[in-house]
Design a protein around this ligand. Structure first.
Ligand SMILES: [Zn+2]
Length: 401
């Protein structure tokens, strides 16, 4: 009968002790705690050492607001653990070590010595040395606090939180979306493609022969002899023709790369938008009408467009489009460099061979295309004189948009 009751009591007691803190346990004897082997002794001491280390680490990381407070804190911590009478180490000596039975004494003695070693840091002088004096943080009302890390200062929950400044849309992307919106309303859809591109899609399929100067190492960033960082968004024209066939109305925004040294008007990475329309009976008149509409939507009803002949390998005929200066209305000013006109983009009728390369029959379909630099558009629109400002990530510049 008695034997069967024993484990039940032990289990109940064990269950009770798990709800006790290690500081409650220091007030009991090992017998009262049902600790009967070296393993039980070790886990008790481990728990107590961990508590001492935690309290020390917290005091060091929290610090004290001034030397007097530090002294007070050091005294309290030292007394709690090391006081001859009633300190935690003394309690353990009294309750665990002195009352331990013969069989457990060596194990308790060994652990007790270790406890004394690991609580040396709680001596008064050691604490004074280790605990830093920290000024409470000064909160400057009305100033943005920026990204200050929430480290190591005394926590006062009534202080205002660290404010993270709100971002905004980058001026280049803002410009890009404005252009996209106009063409989306005309029924175009947005297409994209890889920035690491094969020489086939970047050059060959666009009628740019091996001998063309733009294929030179000095103009193009090569990854290997057959792979480049795309120099324009035009490869997506071919990819889209292959993918969808005709009719096709697409707008292609994206990053492009050229072997340019950065200066106020050049960047080795820049943004382009191309448009492509392929359908039956598409003529140059459609191109002119669409781009004139686009310019008026973007710069205002008053602007006029001007088309001049030009040359590109992938369009025939090709043209350059300029818009009358929206600042001076064509009279001449700083923005248009006194010419009254602002160059907008290149354009033209898609070369029959390019349509063929995209798998479209040039006898049945025709098309037009244009390409423009988004960064330059944003520079004109926001009156920015240095393209580098877009890519330096300077918040003082970017927060103006
Ligand atoms: Zn002007």
């Amino acid at each position: 009968m008695e034997r069967s009751l024993q484990p039940t009591w032990a289990a109940k007691r064990a269950a009770l002790t798990t709800f006790m803190t290690i500081f409650d346990k220091a007030k009991k004897t090992l017998q009262q705690l049902s600790v009967t082997d070296a393993h039980g002794v070790e886990s008790l001491f481990t728990e107590l050492r961990a508590a001492a280390e935690r309290e020390l680490a917290e005091s060091i990381s929290r610090g004290a607001p001034n030397p007097a407070q530090r002294e007070k804190l050091a005294k309290a911590l030292r007394d709690r653990w090391l006081a001859r009478k009633g300190g935690l180490v003394a309690q353990v000596d009294e309750n665990w070590l002195k009352t331990a039975g013969k069989d457990l004494k060596p194990a308790v003695g060994k652990q007790f010595n270790e406890l004394r070693r690991s609580t040396v840091g709680l001596e008064f002088e050691k604490l004074i040395e280790a605990v830093p004096v920290k000024e409470a943080p000064v909160v400057q009302m009305g100033l943005p606090l920026g990204f200050e890390p929430a480290h190591a200062t005394p926590r006062d929950l009534t202080l205002p939180g660290y404010r993270r400044p709100l971002g905004s849309i980058h001026p280049v992307i803002r410009m890009q979306r404005e252009i996209e919106d106009i063409f989306l309303r005309l029924g175009f859809r947005i297409e994209s493609g890889p920035e690491i591109e094969s020489t086939y899609y970047n050059f060959d399929a666009l009628n740019i022969p091996e001998s063309h100067p733009s294929r030179d190492d000095w103009d193009t960033l090569y990854i290997d002899s057959k792979t480049v960082l795309r120099t324009h968004t035009s490869p997506v024209q071919i990819r889209s023709m292959e993918k969808y066939g005709a009719p096709l109305y697409i707008l292609i925004p994206g990053k492009c790369y050229r072997h340019d040294n950065p200066d106020s008007t050049h960047s080795p990475m820049f943004h382009q938008i191309e448009g492509l329309a392929v359908d039956e009976d598409i003529t140059f008149a459609d191109l002119k009408g669409t781009l004139d509409f686009f310019a008026k939507m973007l710069f205002g009803e008053k602007v006029r467009t001007r088309f001049q002949p030009s040359f590109f390998p992938f369009t025939e005929p090709s043209g350059e489009v300029a818009v009358s200066c929206f600042v001076c209305d064509g009279r001449g000013c700083r923005v248009c460099k006194e010419s009254g006109w602002i160059e907008l983009m290149g354009c033209g009728m898609v070369h029959p061979q390019v349509l063929r390369n995209g798998g479209i029959d040039p006898d049945k379909y025709s098309g037009w295309a244009f390409g423009l630099g988004v960064d330059r558009f944003a520079m004109v629109k926001y009156d920015i004189n240095d393209i580098q400002l877009f890519f330096q990530g300077d918040v003082r510049f970017l927060e103006q948009f």
